[in-house]
Design a protein around this ligand. Sequence first.
Ligand code: MTE
Ligand code: MO
Length: 462
Amino acid sequence: MGGAVIDATPTSIKEFAVRELGTHDKPVLLTVIALVLVLLAVVTGIAATRWRVAIGVGTALLGAVGAAAALSRPAATWVDAGPSLLGAVVAGLALWWLTREPRGGATAVREDGVDRRLVLRLSLLAVGATAAEAAALTVSGQREKAAGQSREALRLPAPADPAKPLPSGIGADFNTPDGAFYRVDTALTVPRIDPATWSLRIHGMVDRELTLTLAELLRRPLIERDLTLNCVSNEVGGPYIGTARWLGVPLGALLREAGVQSGADQIVARSVEGMTIGTPVATALDGRDTMLAVGMNGEPLPLDHGFPVRMLTPGLYGYAGACKWVTELELTTFDRFDAYWVERGWGTQGTVKTASRIDKPKPFARMAAGSVTVAGVAWAQRRGIAAVEVSVDGGAWMPAELLPTASIDTWTQWRFTWKASPGPHSLAVRATDRTGAVQPSARATPFPDGATGWHTISVTVG
Ligand SMILES: Nc1nc2c(c(=O)[nH]1)N[C@H]1C(S)=C(S)[C@@H](COP(=O)(O)O)O[C@H]1N2
Ligand SMILES: [Mo]
């Protein structure tokens, strides 16, 4: 149900949910769906005490909606309709049993007005439901454990081409700490993939179709790179950006082996749960470090971030180049196929826009007058950051100090020493990339191809 609601939600409402609820959007969605279902079940139950036909109609309708939602999922097979249909049958039988007239008209109502037969039936149903739930939890718990264990058991080879050591003087939090890396996806349950049965198929407009197991993929020379990944849904100043040290197989070599046919301009990456992400073919062949990543910060990919294999494309937002839990790459054209987000109106190319963010001080912070360190990050993957400037109260732009960074594909940390005078102040930041382009001031919403505008915060001194 949740997945079907997400896919059917208009982009404007999705944007609103991401903005207002952040990563709570999924729990909120599931809670609302549960409340609506409980309400419909209550209505069915009350109606069933008056009209017996409501038992059949109510449970059949709820079951049909559930089954239809399950079958609408991209990776659905007819088996997926089973739980909803089974649930409807069990609900119908339970409701019928609960509302059955006592045989022979004998009444079991106690003197205090409680129907003993009803209490007994409800208790039996509760026991049955609890047992069924316990069984379901055991099965899903075992699957989860198995996925976690196979991740821990996976040994990643050393990179043939390791990342350069981070330059001295780099900020302490240059790499995003474990567990703090943002997560954005439509998966309501994280896919649990058995690495032993995982495979990747490269097909479509290629001369030779390729199918690789994980073991075969890991036998290829691996590269290791520090890369910054960010989400197109990030608002100006928003949190959906992180930098990690990734290990993976360069995609360009695999595509050359498969032989990309002329005219193919789109790679459609498909994940096990049915996501499709369209990436321009050129970004895999122009020499950048586009990869099928298997490792993140020295370990196999976390389950949340795409275990066992995900794509990463430097310079593209995640929705256009970073398919998690990938299992298929189809070479095709942008004319012929719209990937998931493009179908919903987002841009096809997904090129990261130059942007910058103030991390210190926090918005609405109070601080003492005098020397105040203003600091943050700026990013323009593939172009690199040439300068960052700070403006106080809309005044002249003053250069910030840039800390050393790993490459043009990672963010650049910056700091600025501000002689703060008492009173309310606004602080703004803007970046210039290495092509000389200054980050534009015009505000644009994240939809359809990424937010623009200067991050500006208000603080109080004294
Ligand atoms: N399978 C799958 N891959 C996906 C997505 C998704 O919904 N499903 N979301 C994309 C988006 S919009 C972003 S920004 C990145 C986020 O990657 P992360 O969760 O590892 O930070 O994953 C991309 N890959
Ligand atoms: Mo994203």
